[in-house]
Structures are given as C-alpha cells and as structure tokens.
Ligand binder design. Structure first.
Ligand code: TNX
Length: 533
C-alpha cells in the first residue's frame, strides 16, 4: 500500500505541467479579503533582507528559513527599528497596525478599515505587496506567522524545493486582510494503532502550519499501544508500548521526545492536545498493569482492529490513582490548555457507571489546571468548566450533545462522514476504511461547521478537526496520502469566512498546490476531482 501511495504521487508529480503564475487570490485557506493590484508585483532578489519588529523575531527567522533553501539567498534577518530604509520584507507585530505603518506600500487600494489590532484579532494579519517591498502586519506573532504562510503560497511552487532553483521569485501585487473563522483548527494523528517516530510527527506539524491549522491532537493510547512514558507507571510504555496493529514493534515517546514535539509545534503556533483514552481503548494499559483490569488478569496484547472490548476497572480506587498520575504527568509535560480523555466506545461499561467515571476523570483534569476535551460520548456527564466535546457522529443530530451544549459545553466538529481522513477517497483507495462512507475531496469540503449540528448554534462551535486513525496507515507516505488533498479542504472550512466557500474556486486553487507538494516531496492522492496543472 505504501508503494502504491508513493507511485501514485510520483505519477502525479510527473504529469504536472509548468505552473501558471500565481495570482494573489490563489491561497488556501481562502483569505477574508483580497485586493489584487497587477501593477504592483514584487520580485525577491538575492540582496533582500527581512526586517522585523522585536516581537516577530522568531517568525522572521521562520520566514527566512522557509525561503533560503530554494532561493539560495542569504536573507539576513534584521531589527526593523534603528536601521535606515525599509524592507524589502518587513514584518511587524503591533497592537495597532495603522500606527505601525500598515498603510499600503505606495499603493492606493481600498482595503477594509483596519483600525486597530483588535480587528485583526489574535490570529489575523495584513499583507501588502508592492514593487519595492512586502509588508506583513499583525497584532500577534501568530498572525504574523499566518501572513508568512500566505506569502509562501504566493511565491512560485519551486519555493518548496529543498535545494536551490533558478527561478524568477515574483509575488503578485496587492493587499490581503485575513483572519480565521474558528479559534480551534486541528488535525489528529493516531500514534497508538501504528507508532510514528518524532520526525514523522514534526513533518505532520509542518503540514498543519502550511494550512493555518493551530492544534495537533495526538491520540497517544489505545488497545494496541501506549505511546507516552509515564514515570509513576513505567510499565505503560515499557510493556504497553511495544505492540501495534499487525504485530509491528510499536514504540513510545520519552518525556523529552514529547517535549520536542511540543516545542517544535509551538514555534509553528500549533498547540498539542494530548489524548489519554479512558475508560475504554485501554488494552495496552491492562497488559502492563493487570491490577487495572476488571478481573485483575492481564489480557493478551492486542494487534487487531476491533474496538470497544477493553476498559479500566471503574470499581477499583487504584484506577483513579492511575488516572490522576497519568493525567498529572501528561499535563505537566503539556503547556497547552487542553487535556483529552477520550471517552469513546466504552461499550462494556454500563451507562451510569460510565457517567460516574467520566465525572471523576473530569475533576481530575480540572485538578491539573487543564480544560477537559472528550469525544461526544462524554455528553451525558455533568458539565465541567469550559469543557469541549469532539463530535464524530455522522448524522448531525444528537439530543445528548445538544443538551450538553445548552449546559455550557463547546464543540469541536469532526463528523466522520466528512472529516475522518482514514476513510477511503474511492472504493479503489488502497488503504483506509469506509464505515462512515467514502470521502472524496468534495465531500471533505462540502459542509458548514457553523450549521452542521441540529440545535447547536455557531457560537458553540469552537472549531474543526480532521482525525487520522491509523489502523491501516503505517508509514509517513501513507499518512500524507490520506492528508493530501483533504486536509487543506478541512483547513479552509476552519479558517475561511463562509462567504468564501465555493467548491469550483477551491478546486482551482487547490490544483495549484499539487506542484508545491511535488516540490516538497509530499505524497498525495491525485484526485480526479481537482484540475491539476
Ligand atoms: C472509531 S471515532 C473510533 C476509533 C477508530 C475509528 C476508525 C472514535 C472516537 N473512535 O477508535 O479508530 O472509528 O475509523
């Protein structure tokens, strides 16, 4: 299957014709406001420098390191204050973009009145391209970072090459003002069914960042493997970590491995959301610690793909010591605000016992100072401050979830029939499932998170997440094959205003990304729905 995925992508890479010049609107996710000025193109040359206000330093370094490999230009990064002259690449973090000189660089375009950082919000940015320079202004480093991702897409696809390329590095002229629709924009990687080494996870973070996604949910534990070292319960990783689906060697992250992922993600404005799946999906933990098993007998290690058979003993106090210790250690390793406790498919635990277990687990999360996230099966449990439910249903209707929202819960939407990236694209897709249907690019794109769930107002929707379960996904190439081109579709739903939603336009814009993925060595599904060049 990995071979198949690889050869499909290479075939696609070979077929791609030399790309047409990029237009200012050719950005995924679609920006909120775009004003092209064909007379104002800018060309990046070898003498260019990046000038940056102090708060944007890391983002400027990030921009320079994105542009250096393909251009071969030195692109020094300098402080914006105190040196003479401007640009040509100027990045400014300012609470008031107008004060910071966000007025278009010598052009006269009618951009929406951005009167203060407040309007760009925590993650918005403004990008101006003029013949003598490019300026990105944002109220925060995150906003600046998203402006950089947009700029990256406005350069020719060869910018993705890891080695120097001879190319005219032209950026289309005009202005973009942009900010996200939803605060939570994410993807999930299941590292439990198959283990993925740190380097693979970092590459997935890069893919998220490209499309302005800001959360990486790591499904760290399941029946087939326990992937995070816990000092107080060392056998979880030592014994529970050495198995995976299909009998492979598995693996686990040390605390330092996990911190590395968190740091790398943070630099790209991605928050890691760790999931410890409870009380079901726990066979690997029971193998390591039989005292947690209902019968106090270790089950055999599990390398199949069934769900719903395992659970930690909700009647034993030792189980709650385990939950408190694990959540405490994972919380201590995690700077982000979230702790995901799973809660799905605990079929063998009676409803009232399940509810009691979840309510205790929610209190244990609160004790760590984090906010609880769980799959929408958590709904019947009492509300916990700030709690977030992750919807993975397929029918857009669930009275219990709607009721939990009325009691204060917010939702992350991952409808399995649109957002599950482990579903096959077509019946011929060599890997993946089809229990929630086939999900081609159009199906991944054609839904509205704001109105998707009956009885849930748009204000209760925190955001959107695309989960990738990995029962049938074993290599990085296979991960990429399932992510591309559907992840950008989900990213557009999460970021762009509903008014920008347009399948015909999206597939055109997406087509221009094929050559970028090919240049970056990213495996992708050459979907016939997309008019690749
Ligand atoms: C359901 S969705 C699961 C996972 C499986 C997935 C396969 C959810 C919360 N649980 O355990 O991996 O289906 O598509």
């Amino acid at each position: 299957a990995a071979e198949l995925a690889r050869s499909a992508a290479h075939r696609a890479g070979d077929l791609l014709a030399p790309p047409a010049p990029v237009r200012l609107g050719d950005v995924v996710p679609a920006p909120e406001f775009v004003a092209p000025d064909p007379a104002a193109d800018f060309t990046l040359t070898a003498d260019a420098a990046v000038r940056v206000s102090p708060a944007g330093r890391d983002v400027a370094e990030e921009l320079a390191s994105l542009l250096r490999p393909a251009t071969g230009f030195p692109l020094p990064v300098a402080d914006a204050a105190g040196t003479e002259g401007d640009g040509p690449l100027v990045l400014t973090v300012a609470t008031d973009p107008l004060e910071a000189g966000a007025a278009p660089l010598g052009q006269d375009v009618d951009v929406p009145a951005v009167t203060g950082g407040g309007e760009l919000g925590d993650e918005g940015y403004r990008l101006d391209v003029a013949p003598h320079g490019i300026r990105i202004v944002a109220a925060t480093p995150a906003g600046l970072f998203y402006g950089v991702q947009t700029l990256r897409q406005l350069l020719p696809p060869a910018i993705e090459s890891r080695t120097p390329v001879t190319e005219r590095w032209t950026v289309p002229g005009g202005s973009i003002v942009d900010r996200p629709r939803f605060a939570y924009r994410g993807a999930m990687l299941d590292v439990a069914r198959h283990f993925f080494p740190v380097a693979d996870v970092l590459r997935v973070v890069d893919h998220l960042a490209r499309y302005k996604l800001n959360h990486l949910h790591l499904h760290l534990t399941d029946d087939q493997g326990w992937r995070i070292a816990v000092d107080s319960w060392p056998r979880l990783a030592e014994v529970g970590g050495v198995t995976e689906v299909g009998g492979g060697p598995g693996g686990s992250y040390s605390g330092e491995d996990y911190r590395r992922i968190v740091r790398y993600a943070a630099r790209r404005h991605v928050t890691v959301v760790p999931e410890i799946d409870l009380p079901g999906h726990t066979n690997a933990a029971l193998v390591a610690y039989p005292e947690l098993a209902p019968g106090k007998v270790a089950p055999p290690p599990y390398t199949g793909t069934e769900v719903g058979f395992s659970y930690v003993d909700p009647a034993d106090e030792r189980t709650y010591d385990f939950v408190a210790d694990v959540l405490g250690e994972v919380a201590a390793l995690t700077p982000g605000p979230w702790l995901h406790i799973g809660g799905d498919e605990a079929f063998k635990v009676p409803a009232d016992v399940y509810r009691g277990f979840i309510e205790r687990a929610q209190r244990l999360v609160a004790a760590t100072g984090k906010t609880v996230v769980g799959w929408h099966q958590l709904a019947p449990a009492a509300h916990a401050d700030g709690r977030v439910l992750q919807w993975w249903g397929t029918n857009g209707e669930d009275p219990e979830t709607a009721d939990a929202v009325r009691r204060g819960a917010r939702l992350i939407l991952s409808p399995a029939n649109h957002a599950y990236l482990d579903m096959k694209y077509t019946p011929d897709t060599p890997i993946g499932h089809d229990w929630a249907g086939l999900i081609d690019v159009r199906r991944a794109y054609d839904w509205d998170p704001g109105t998707h769930i009956a009885g849930v107002p748009a204000e209760a929707v925190l955001g959107v997440e695309a989960p990738l379960w990995t029962e049938s996904v074993a290599t990085l190439a296979e991960v990429e094959f399932m992510l591309f081109p559907r992840l950008p579709a989900v990213a557009e739903l999460a970021w762009s205003p509903r008014s920008a939603h347009d399948w015909a336009g999206f597939r055109e814009r997406l087509a221009g990304h094929g050559p970028r993925w090919a240049a970056a060595g990213i495996t992708f599904q050459p979907s016939p729905e997309v008019p690749w060049p």
